[in-house]
Design a protein around this ligand. Structure first.
Ligand code: ADP
Length: 592
């Protein structure tokens, strides 16, 4: 026990020296006022611990050392209070009053010639001076302990934990100093001394972790927050309505990550994309300040008292930057969060790029729709003229043609119909895209409408066999008669295009409960399971050797399904590759 008791003070001295050196190094590498105060607080406390063994010396230097001890002690309290003041400002008058009182108390301690040994008997002035010193120091230290603890609530996990560690560490020190000074008999015995030393020693790692927590501890502290962050990142990457909303969301998370007071994103073209925690004017000022820095990467520079942190965002168009304006605790409590912020910058850049890309794709889609609209309108006129003259030629109203010329007319008419059908698809697709496709529903008979559609594609059949299996009684349904025929025509013309000449095509019309059905069956090339995903998509053509020569827009099935669904019906497919396909078009029927 004796050995342990002898070693303990040495261990405490070494631990405090290491702590003070680390704090001073931290201050030297960051050169910030608040770090300077913290280094001063620990440095003076450490010096006090180092001179403490010499305190009981007698002789001319005995009193001098005691006086130095008093100054160091009060200085450590003052520095901690100033540290607290550097992020939660005290009133100027309070600051002055505290400093003046401490000077007075120190002077009083010197005048009273306090004995080095606190347990020694004191005169009335000495007792008063000792009480004043302890009270002044206690107030300087207890106030930040409470403030730090209270301010730690609601802050990012790691930051909050560090503040609590600092608060607890100091509370422990206060306990040790007060019990050590006023504890009397309680700490005179070896066991009491040992416990006190142990507590003092335990405070060292606590204080160290408060400004330099090891990665493991940070992870432990931030565990509950991680899941939330993951979800935040997920939503950031998944939902992207527009760049501004996206940027605002990103800033929300960025400030939470580092405990910043505000943040903004300066776009690659130097415009401010989004800001939070400040007004427009302040945002402009911070952005200008950030832009004025020639250095790449993150830079910290005090600006009107606030520290800003610039993180570059590598976007496709150029480099944007995220600027986080430090909150009261950010500069001291945040190295870990800052590195996470840098990682986070990658996700932000990716999400912003994604939105840019989405907008570009939307623009392209719009341009395509516009083109489709213009092209189909322009084609429709000439095609009507061509089809008209071909029909007149075939009917003989323009005179008699040579038999050879007459023989090619049906093919020409079929081809003109094919082009017309494609133009019609493009027009309808453009209307659908622009939200202009509205149905004009009337009471119709789907048996009759199917027959009309078959008649209109007959020229395309070119002598091919088409079986129709339809009931003799009408099947009534509320449909847009033109659009209903478009769907049936698409299905039949596909059956013609994608099945070899000798094979039959069957069209079945029937009703099943409250559903009317038009089923188009072919024995053609069929569609593989893999290709089926593409089938009802816009411009979704399936590239196959056998159908390379077949003309088409890839719009027919997409449009047909949309039309079917607008009728509260559906369009489905059942197909086996190499054997044929069955397309079923359903619409609800009207109860007559
Ligand atoms: P397209 O103008 O190309 O015919 P559609 O949207 O009507 O456009 O059809 C999309 C693709 O689906 C076609 O390119 C074709 O590959 C395939 N397809 C459509 N109908 C059939 C069918 N009856 N048999 C086999 N493949 C078909």
């Amino acid at each position: 026990m004796d050995v342990i008791l002898a070693v303990m003070p040495l261990a405490i001295e070494v631990a405090f020296v290491l702590l003070a050196v680390a704090m001073i190094a931290d201050w030297l590498s960051h050169r910030e006022r608040r770090r300077a105060y913290l280094a001063l607080a620990f440095g003076s406390l450490t010096l006090l611990i180092l001179v403490a063994p010499s305190l009981s010396q007698s002789g001319p230097y005995g009193q001098l050392i005691t006086d130095i001890g008093i100054v160091l002690f009060l200085l450590s309290g003052w520095a901690l209070l100033m540290f607290r003041d550097s992020f939660i400002s005290l009133r100027r008058s309070t600051r002055r009053a505290v400093t003046a009182s401490l000077v007075l108390v120190a002077a009083l301690g010197m005048v009273a010639q306090l004995p080095a040994d606190t347990q020694q008997s004191h005169g009335p002035l000495q007792t008063f001076a000792l009480a004043a010193i302890l009270t002044a120091w206690g107030l300087c230290v207890i106030e930040p302990i409470v403030t730090l603890w209270l301010a730690s609530r609601g802050r990012p996990a790691v930051e909050g934990a560090r503040m609590r560690a600092l608060s607890l560490g100091y509370a422990g020190m206060v306990g040790v100093i007060f019990v050590g000074t006023l504890g009397g008999e309680l700490v005179r015995n070896p066991a009491g001394q040992f416990v006190l030393d142990l507590v003092a020693l335990a405070m060292v790692p606590m204080l160290y972790f408060s400004f330099h927590p090891p990665v493991l501890l940070r992870r432990l502290w931030s565990q509950p927050e991680e899941e939330e962050l993951r979800q935040g990142l997920h939503s950031l990457l998944t939902f992207s309505p527009n760049r501004v909303t996206q940027a605002q969301r990103a800033l929300d998370w960025a400030t939470r990550l580092v405990g910043g007071a505000g943040a903004l994103i300066v776009d690659w073209d130097s415009s401010i994309l989004a800001f939070r925690g400040m007004n427009g004017e302040e945002a402009e000022a911070v952005a200008a300040d950030a832009a004025a820095r020639p250095e790449a990467g993150e830079v910290r520079a005090p600006r009107r008292g606030a520290t800003t942190l610039v993180i570059p965002l590598e976007l496709q168009e150029g480099v944007a930057s995220m600027v986080v304006v430090a909150g009261p605790f950010t500069p001291l409590f945040g190295d870990d969060e800052l590195s996470r912020l840098r990682q986070y910058a990658g996700s932000i850049a990716a999400s912003l790029d994604r939105v840019t890309l989405n907008v570009r794709i939307q623009d392209l889609e719009k341009a395509k729709t516009e083109f489709m609209n213009i092209a189909s309108h322009e084609l429709r006129g000439p095609m009507t003229v061509i089809k008209g003259y071909l029909t007149m030629l075939e009917g003989g109203s323009l005179g008699t043609l040579a038999p050879k010329a007459q023989s090619v007319l049906p093919l020409l008419i079929a081809k003109a119909d094919e082009v017309n059908a494609m133009v019609e698809q493009m027009l309808e697709a453009a209307r659908l895209e622009e939200g202009h496709l509205t149905l004009h529903k009337v009471k119709g008979d789907i048996v009759e409408l199917t027959e009309l559609a078959i008649d209109s594609v007959r020229p395309m059949l070119a002598g091919r066999e088409l079986d129709v299996d339809a009931p003799s009684t009408p099947i009534p349904a509320d449909v847009d008669t033109q659009r209903f025929q478009i769907v049936v025509r698409n299905l039949i013309s596909n059956a013609i295009k994608y099945s070899p000449e000798g094979t039959p095509i069957t069209v079945v019309v029937n009703r099943n409960g409250r559903t009317g059905k038009v089923i188009v069956i072919d024995q053609g090339i069929g569609i593989s399971q893999h290709d089926r995903a593409k089938l009802f998509t816009k411009f979704g053509r399936i590239e196959r050797e056998a159908t390379l020569h077949v003309a088409g827009t890839g719009l027919g099935l997409w449009l047909s399904r949309e039309i079917a669904r607008m009728h509260d019906g559906d369009l489905t497919v059942d197909s086996t590759e190499g054997e044929g396909s069955t397309f079923t078009f359903e619409v609800p029927i009207t109860s007559s």
